[in-house]
Design a protein around this ligand. Sequence first.
Ligand code: FAD
Length: 428
Amino acid sequence: MEYRTQAPVRGEWDVLVCGAGPAGIAAAVSAARMGMRVMVLERYGTVGGCLTLGNVTTVMGAVAPGTIRDEIAALLRSPDSSTGIDNEQAKGLLVDLLRREGVEFRLQTSVLDALVEDGVIHGVFAQTQAGLACYCAQRVVDATGDGYVSAMAGAQAMVGRDEDGLVQPSSLMYTIAGVDPASTLVCNHEEHYTDLGDGREYLQTCEKAAAEGRLPANVTIVRLYATGRPGERLVNATQANGVNLLRDGDTERAEILLRAQIEQVNRFLREEIPGFEHIYTRVSASTLGVRESRRIRGLHVLSAEELIEGREQPDCVVHRANFSIDIHNPAGGGQAEREGCPYQARPYDIPMRCLQPLGVENLILSGRCISGTHRAHASYRVMNIAMAVGQAAGVMAAVSIERHTPVSALRYEDVRDALLAQGCKLRG
Ligand SMILES: Cc1cc2nc3c(=O)[nH]c(=O)nc-3n(C[C@H](O)[C@H](O)[C@H](O)COP(=O)(O)OP(=O)(O)OC[C@H]3O[C@@H](n4cnc5c(N)ncnc54)[C@H](O)[C@@H]3O)c2cc1C
């Protein structure tokens, strides 16, 4: 095919996956397993997305067994969803996985724009060290997390909550070492009460420090996760509210603010928490962790009500997805919804329609930018679910090529059969 582009065309693949986070990796692997020639483009020098670069080592959420998620969990030796993985090892292991599956990839390659003609996406423009280049493909998977490719292609982006457009806060995750090995203190969430052994309770101690200005603004809880290594904790505490990636300057403001918060949080831990007197930062995220940005509107917008009800979907591509509706407060500290809120979703289905964007043909959504509401996104954004969504996206791309069917007109039965052939469980 002739493309109307000034940039040199680097090649044409069956499936182009933009973004090598958990969802992009799963999409690439599942499409490659269906015999597709797959190219992955990643803006940073490391694959893994939040899992590696974001230092988010606690892979959470659940889906029905049999997905590529299970293989990746085994590869990264994360037997259960709450066990921390070694993200340094993961950087190499995930590259090995892509290579083993015959997936091509380019690192340090930022997607800048989409090549769209008459409403159909044919590839993307990317910035490489050799200059601007065009990567073409029959199908494109948007696994950028931010729905960047979809937005560039002209799809409709939804941002933030309905009432005020605010998104969940961004954070820099970091790992501390130097905790007294005798300390068993962990704090996984806002209802994880722990007696500190000196008449104080951990969560109340955090809240008191926040009220007295000894923690950064809006930081009312310092979550501490076990990493599997003695003397270490993963710290999920820093928080920048009101960051909107779509607004010029917000990203820099958040990066700088959050780095400065790390030392303030550490000072609180050293001065107030027994066993934490000698902690230091061992490693921190290489880049800002963005919980929420664009959600791309698709044929169906998954709602929190469907999650809470545990609804089964006629075109299910991810079965028994399960995680609480975890909304880090867009307007303050802690959780956005506390009292009286049905935090817990029931195991729910993600329908194929949520991966089919409106308005752009042959583009497939994956990972955290699929079509859902602000509240539903707060559940399906976690990595185990993102990987299962990624697998479905890769399969949809491959099936649509095999069947010569545009993505918007895919027959669910064909996608279902291909997912079942890959071992996914979609009912029961
Ligand atoms: C602070 C924080 C804490 C979290 N805690 C947890 C947790 O404890 N457990 C859990 O399971 N989940 C957690 N999450 C959520 C989870 O990490 C993400 O929602 C998940 O990683 C989404 O996967 P993804 O593949 O869609 O996106 P990402 O992991 O964001 O990957 C997207 C990839 O696309 C690349 N990319 C983006 N734009 C471009 C471009 N223009 N060109 C080329 N490449 C591009 C990125 O560099 C990245 O590698 C957390 C998230 C944050 C931010």
